[in-house]
Structure formats: structure tokens, C-alpha cells
Design a protein around this ligand. Structure first.
Ligand code: NAD
Length: 342
């Protein structure tokens, strides 16, 4: 089945639901929207078209914003929104009772072979799907805000989610242009927020103990670790930071990390530290400028994505050229050292 023949229901049209609608419509799927709040539902399509126009400005859309929005339809009734869909992406309030009631309705109303996915940031699927006849087809598909700009999606089933559901969900998100990862079993925070939480705990702890200002700690990330982390993960990073790879790295630096770990102070987010951080952040960015700065962040993300898109195309062209050289008897113009200077 091609994307054009597929239909996705996006339930809840706040920040995350609207961004998911862009993801699926951009990939060619038809998208049905539903929200209990009529004003939110009515505002969704214009807002989706406006966000698509931003993507177009950065060369991240292969059609006009109007053409993308044409594939998005708002439905006042839940049963109409889920009619004939392959996947339901739920994005309503983060309250377990509300999710449970919604999944009961979705399991009753959606086609029996549709996948039912929740965008929940913190509720394991087992807390709101246990009693459902169709619980095998339910899972969490946790996006990063906004999924239209950050492609990671964390797939995490309940103990009763079928492997077929996880497999098919992974294929669908890949077809939508996202980067799914599978969390093997339920854990609070899934993967991304556990990694982010560990980093935040350490940054806040260093800040609390007065080792550095908040601005300098942000610089460590933005102009240090973050540059590499924009295109490779921490494991690949250390694998390349010692001539013999990760085992060599561990032999050289494992002791340093072990001794750092011994000095790490458990951090429990004391209000006084948060207030001190807030005071420094508000001198750097007054509260009334947060929204404008968020818009700036999204434009930076778009520019980065546009760069990555070009870079991926260049890498593919380079790899196609080197395999066609390998298949012919022509010698390469220059020796391929395997180095990539990006
Ligand atoms: N905001 C984030 O950064 C983020 C990131 C990842 C995941 N999430 C998750 O995505 C979900 C949505 O978050 P959001 O930030 O988009 O929230 P939001 O408040 O912007 O939007 C929620 C929407 O759901 C609608 N809604 C609430 N109850 C409903 C119901 N019973 N039926 C139909 N519509 C209903 C509301 O009217 C609202 O439009 C949450 O589960 C959240 O944890 C949020």
C-alpha cells in the first residue's frame, strides 16, 4: 500500500497533534483530525498550512502548503475521524483517566486492524490499555516537540502489545519519514527523557554547586558536545575518539569516568536552585520574549534539517559514485581514505 492510499487519524489538535498532521500529510498520507474543542479543531488546518509555509521557506516541502493542507480533513465526530484509518495517533490531555476513556472509544470505533498509538510523554501504555479487547494493537509512539522538525519517535508497547503491532508501527513511521526507535520494555521516561534527565540533573547540580553559570553550561553543550551530537550519538562519538574504537576509549578514559561518577551528587530539583536558574535565564531572556525565541529555535531547526537533507544527498551521491567506480575497472580519482570531513 502506498502512502497516498493510507489514512491516519490525529486525535487532539494541540501543539503535538498539529505537528503530527504535518508529518503524515507531508509524506502523502491523508489525515483526519479530531478534537473535543471545536475552536481547536477549526484552527488546526490554517495553523498546519502556516507551519507548512515555514517548511517551504527552508526548502523542506516538495509541494505547496495548500497542497499539503488539502490532504487534511477536520471531523467533529471521533467515529468519522477514525473511519478507514491504518493508524490513530492520540495527542490529548496527559491524564491517565482521559487517555483510558479515549483508548476505550478508539478500540471500539477504529477498524480492527488499525494501530492505536499514544503520543504520551510519560504514561506507559499498560496504564490505559489493560482492559481493552484490542490491547495487542496499542502502544506509545512518543514524539519530540515538534515531530515535524525532530524526526525521532520512541515506540514502546505494553507487555501485551503484539510484535506485529510494533513491527507495523515502525514501518508506518518510517514511511512517514520519521526515525523510530523501539524501547524493549516499559520504563519511565522512555529513552530520550532518561538521557535528557541525566544531563539536566548533572547540569543543574554543577550550577547549584556554583561550578559555572547557566550561560556557560549552555555553551558547553551548544559549542561543545552538541555540535557532534547533531549528527552522531554518544556511542559513535567515543568510538571515534580513540584510535582503537570504544574498547580503546574505555581503557584510556574509563577510570576518569568512574572517578567522576564517585563525585556525582544526587540531584532532586530543589526549588531554590530552580529559582536561581530562572533568575539567570530571565536576565538573558525576558519572559515576554520566550515565544519569539521559540520561533527562532524552530527556524534554526529548519535550517539544520535543510543542511542535513543536502548532506544526506551529497553522501548518497558520493557513495553511489564510489560503488560505480568499484564496479568498473576505472581507478578512483583519489584514494578513499574513509575519512569524512563534514
Ligand atoms: N508538548 C510537548 O512537548 C510534548 C512532547 C511529546 C509528547 N507530548 C504529549 O502529547 C500529548 C498532547 O500534548 P500537547 O502539548 O499537544 O497538548 P495540548 O494541550 O497542546 O493539546 C491537547 C489537545 O487535546 C484536546 N483534547 C483534550 N481532551 C480531549 C478528548 N477527550 N478528546 C479530544 N480532544 C481532546 C484539547 O482540546 C487540545 O486541543 C500529551 O500526551 C503530551 O504528553 C507533548
Amino acid at each position: 500500500m502506498t502512502n497516498k492510499e493510507r489514512c491516519i487519524a490525529v486525535i487532539g489538535t494541540g501543539r503535538i497533534g498539529r505537528a503530527w498532521a504535518i508529518v503524515f500529510a507531508r509524506a502523502g498520507f491523508r489525515v483526519n483530525l479530531h478534537d473535543a474543542d471545536r475552536a481547536m479543531l477549526d484552527g488546526a488546518r490554517p495553523s498546519i498550512e502556516a507551519s507548512a509555509a515555514d517548511l517551504a521557506r527552508f526548502g523542506l516541502l516538495d509541494e505547496t502548503p495548500g497542497e499539503l493542507a488539502e490532504r487534511v480533513t477536520a471531523h467533529a465526530r471521533l467515529e468519522d475521524a477514525v473511519n478507514g484509518v491504518q493508524l490513530v495517533q492520540e495527542n490529548i490531555a496527559e491524564v491517565v483517566e482521559i487517555k483510558r476513556a479515549m483508548f476505550e472509544a478508539l478500540d471500539r470505533l477504529a477498524p480492527p486492524d488499525a494501530i492505536l498509538a499514544s503520543s504520551t510523554s510519560g504514561l506507559p501504555a499498560s496504564t490505559f490499555t489493560e482492559a481493552l479487547p484490542g490491547r495487542h494493537r496499542c502502544l506509545v509512539a512518543h514524539p519530540v516537540n515538534p515531530p515535524s522538525l525532530v524526526p525521532l519517535v520512541e515506540l514502546c508497547g505494553a507487555p501485551w502489545t503484539s510484535s506485529e503491532t510494533l513491527h507495523n508501527a515502525r514501518k508506518l513511521y518510517e514511511a512517514a519519514g520519521q526515525k523510530p526507535v523501539t524501547v524493549a520494555r516499559e520504563i519511565s521516561g522512555f529513552l530520550l527523557n532518561r538521557l535528557q534527565g541525566a544531563l539536566l540533573d548533572e547540569a543543574l547540580s554543577l550550577f547549584e554547586q556554583g561550578y559555572a553559570s547557566a550561560a556557560d553550561l549552555d555553551t558547553v553543550m551548544r559549542d561543545g558536545l552538541g555540535l557532534r551530537w547533531a549528527f552522531m550519538g554518544p556511542f559513535e562519538t567515543i568510538d571515534l575518539n580513540a584510535p582503537g574504537g570504544v574498547a580503546d576509549y574505555a581503557a584510556r578514559y574509563g577510570g576518569t569516568y568512574r572517578s567522576i561518577a564517585q563525585t556525582r551528587v544526587p540531584f532532586d530539583w530543589p526549588p531554590a536552585t530552580v529559582a536561581k536558574l530562572d533568575a539567570e535565564r530571565r536576565t538573558l531572556l525576558p519572559r515576554e520574549q520566550i515565544e519569539a525565541r521559540s520561533g527562532w529555535r524552530d527556524r534554526r531547526l529548519m535550517a539544520l534539517l535543510a543542511h542535513r537533507r543536502r548532506d544526506d544527498a551529497d553522501m548518497k551521491a558520493e557513495s553511489d559514485a564510489s560503488s560505480s567506480r568499484a564496479n568498473s575497472s576505472e581507478p578512483a580519482l583519489r584514494p578513499d581514505t574513509g575519512d569524512r570531513h563534514d
